[in-house]
Ligand binder design. Structure first.
Ligand SMILES: [Zn+2]
Length: 285
């Protein structure tokens, strides 16, 4: 086992009608937790590093750590660059052995998104690295916009068909009602839109961003309608790493940081293992 491509795990997920969890990591313990959760469930898993994490660790260190952790835990892991808007960082990740990258030009006009995405595909694919791109725009808590404005940014099925043909991507992130960060009110997913997109591009794995706080039945319904990758970031960051560390440091009186590390690994592993079960990927590695 070790690092595998996104294309590989998502092709199997699409045929098997389950989703593979994509989990963000910011620390070593966070990454170990992702690997431990996947090992416990004998499930494939996607470890996602942001460009912010690149600035913290560097591409070379991130790739070396992820490869080693995947081997240490004996898991089938994709090392994925999440939401990259900087082509230079993306290329360095490909050069250093990332097996998947997401180019995010979703805030641009259609043709510019196509051109930037196609450049990423051209670079990554010659090294066998997979590419995810976004069409429509999945916002976050930084966007203070109305429901109508949000709906206007949803992925349009006809445009998705054209985008996939124009770019040659391996996975498509769709804007269908989820947002990044914690939800202020219950998320409302546009299920008919997911189905409409899937019917036009049935072989394209669809990606759901902003998974933290989405009710479990909504995950299952999304998967039934063609979603093959679900991203979870905020829950791991805020609860798995931050809150667990804070409480563990208070309990320990600053005597042994290893105790804190162990608790973070376990908290992240518990979150990941549970999500993998919901996504239906247990035993699929
Ligand atoms: Zn995202």
């Amino acid at each position: 086992m070790g690092l595998v491509t996104l294309e590989y795990v998502l092709r199997k997920a699409r045929l098997g009608k389950y989703a593979v969890g994509g989990f963000n990591f910011f620390t070593l313990e966070n990454l170990q937790g992702i690997a431990e959760g996947a090992a416990r469930q004998n499930s494939p898993v996607i470890a996602m590093a942001s460009t912010g994490a690149m600035k913290l660790f560097g591409e070379k260190t991130t790739a070396a750590i992820a490869r080693t952790v995947a081997e240490e835990y004996g898991v089938q892991m994709v090392l994925h660059l999440d939401h990259c808007t900087d082509m230079e960082i993306l290329k360095r990740c490909v050069d250093n052995g990332f097996t998947s990258v997401m180019i995010d030009a979703s805030s641009k006009e259609y043709q510019e998104n196509v051109d930037i995405t196609a450049e990423a595909v051209d670079y990554a694919s010659r090294y066998g690295c997979s590419v995810e791109a976004e069409l429509g725009h999945v916002g976050g808590k930084e966007d203070d916009i109305s429901v109508d404005e949000r709906t206007a940014m949803f992925t349009k099925p006809e445009e998705a068909l054209k985008f996939v043909k124009d770019t040659g991507i391996d996975a498509l992130a769709v804007a269908v009602g989820t947002v990044h960060g914690f939800y202020k009110s219950e998320p409302k997913l546009d299920f008919p839109r997911i189905s409409a997109i899937h019917e036009l591009i049935p072989e394209m794995p669809l990606v759901l961003h902003g998974g933290t706080g989405v009710p479990e039945p909504d995950f299952i319904e999304s998967i039934r309608r063609g979603v093959c990758k679900i991203n979870i970031g905020t829950e791991l960051k805020s609860i798995g790493v931050y809150e667990t560390s804070r409480l563990a440091y208070l309990e320990d009186n600053g005597q042994d940081p290893r105790k804190v590390s162990k608790k973070v690994v376990k908290a992240c592993a518990d979150i990941v293992a549970h999500k993998l079960e919901v996504f239906g990927s247990v035993g699929k590695a």
